[in-house]
Design a protein around this ligand. Sequence first.
Ligand code: NAD
Length: 420
Amino acid sequence: MSDQANPFRIAQQQFDTAAELLNLHPDIRAVLRVPQRELTVNFPVRLDDGSVQMFTGYRVQHNLGRGPVKGGIRYHPSVDLDEVRALAMWMTWKCALVNIPYGGAKGGVIVDPRQLSLAELERLTRRFASDVSILLGPEKDIPAPDVNTNAQIMAWIMDTISMHRGYTVPAVITGKPIQVGGSLGRIEATGRGVSLMVREAVHKQGRSLEGLRVVVQGFGNVGSTAALLLHEMGCQVIGVADAAGAYYCASGLDIPAMRTYSERHTFRLLQGYEAPHMVPITGTELLELECDVLIPAALENQLTGENAARVRAGMIVEGANGPTTPGADAILTARGIPVVPDILANAGGVIVSYFEWVQGLQEFFWDEHDINSKLERILVNAFEEVWQLAASRALPLRTAAYLLAVQRVAEANATRGVYP
Ligand code: NAD
């Protein structure tokens, strides 16, 4: 993989930009530039036909300076250590930006879950959870869902850790089903946050959401929820894509029908969905559709130095982590297209995960209105801070967000000092 596409090199480059602008001390810079802990596990899983297959997984803890670490677990064939390192580092900045008391972590297993039966998926999950359990705990490291993992998988991880301990440990993981200590509003939280960030950014431009043309790449947890909420707020979602195809309708797609369809189908794909006036397009065409807001909500490296000049969106709001490379950032900035960065735009998930963890520790649960209003307050405040800093120093929103986040993490680490 070239350095331009390596997510960890990209994450380091983004950090370096902020460190330069903050004039960060070289000692702190060296500490924050690399992950604190990395665990690689190679583990066997018995398949349904009786054979045994080896899998590789990772858990990376980037920085523990501000508290226990937090970050999702991804199942995908293209997972590798550098991707997990980057995702862990981005989690550190995200938690600091929205000021919740966590450091950043991430986990991943190299697997295409579409190739496994449900029973095999459960055995893989429980064995991976066992092998990384030396790192996990409510006071140490609290995973959550990410690409291709969901509430059921979180429940298996919680159950596995609880079996090891001999008692139920709900706060060891978030994104759990409600019936085992999950939080109301957690499943929708990331997409809800994305929709709120679209609303705030559009209002700053003096525009309304009514009839706003939105394109969403990725129709999973984040993308489909953001699409649905924006549709309900009056936007016209004219294009969506998932791993199997992309769909366009100039007068607006029927997002509720597409959500219902995808929920009923394997791996929530839209394959086979048909509607009048809707035409299939390619994933490349989707990213280049003329629209007001483009929401990449799938994987990293979607907007690059190669295609950014062809993007015809008025604004980008990053649902995914790392969808825009620094090369693309430079082009979009030069073209005057604002990018609401991932560490702000998709922070809704970790904010409600924080609420879930607090509720689990207290064994006292809040109602959904309470959760959504607390989420909105934290996110809108963070947006305002980033927007003001960007405006006052004429910086891109990503740089402003990094300045705020890296400064907080640097201060925490400097205050704690170097042990021993
Ligand atoms: P998911 O597995 O629920 O959905 C992923 C979606 O992307 C699916 O619709 C899949 O078909 C689609 N996809 C995969 N490859 C694609 C491609 N090449 N082109 C178009 N679509 C493609 O995952 P998710 O939880 O929605 O996560 C999506 C992104 O959001 C990831 O970057 C993740 O790290 C980030 N994120 C997720 C959360 C969360 O709470 N789940 C929180 C913050 C950030």
